[in-house]
Write a new protein. Structure first.
Length: 157
């Protein structure tokens, strides 16, 4: 559940720039931002940007390792539904051999199809994502390589 009271966080150098969707969840990112706006959660981190990997110049088919390194270097939180480990440059392999405390976690949609359908599940995931993003602006969650959304089971699942 989102935090009870969240003061707005002013942008500081070294903070998260925003959320970058990998090529498989571009459409999901727009829904996520919309749901957070509708719930008035986005006002707590107004300077965060929501963008696709393509908009940042990463072409379709860019290896996961390059995408992950780009996000870490440029301070973008990567949103994905990718949990594969099929090769040395897969996202999971990259996280296992390159991530260390202090780096940004990857946000992974546990059920991208269900999220895309909308409804209460999507709103629940958006609230959870907002809580994580807010925490990241405070320097939290940098002790986790990957955060699965939702972090807790959806009520009634």
């Amino acid at each position: 559940m989102p935090r009870a009271s969240w003061p707005a966080i002013p942008r500081r150098d070294g903070n998260v720039l925003g959320v970058m969707a990998d090529e498989n969840v571009d459409g999901h990112l727009a829904r996520l931002a919309r749901l957070m706006a509708v719930a008035d959660l986005i006002v707590y981190f107004p300077d965060l940007v929501y963008v696709s990997s393509l908009a940042l110049g990463l072409l379709p088919g860019t290896p996961d390792r390059i995408v992950w390194k780009f996000c870490q270097r440029e301070q973008w939180v990567l949103l994905t539904a990718n949990r594969n480990h099929d090769g040395p440059d897969s996202l999971n392999a990259t996280i296992l051999d390159s991530w260390h405390p202090g780096l940004l976690p990857v946000l992974t949609l546990m059920d991208a199809t269900r999220f895309r359908r909308g409804g209460p599940y999507a709103a629940f995931v958006a609230g959870d994502a907002a809580d994580v993003l807010y925490g990241l602006t405070l320097g939290e969650y940098r002790d986790q390589s990957r955060i699965h959304l939702p972090r807790t089971p959806f009520p009634g699942s």
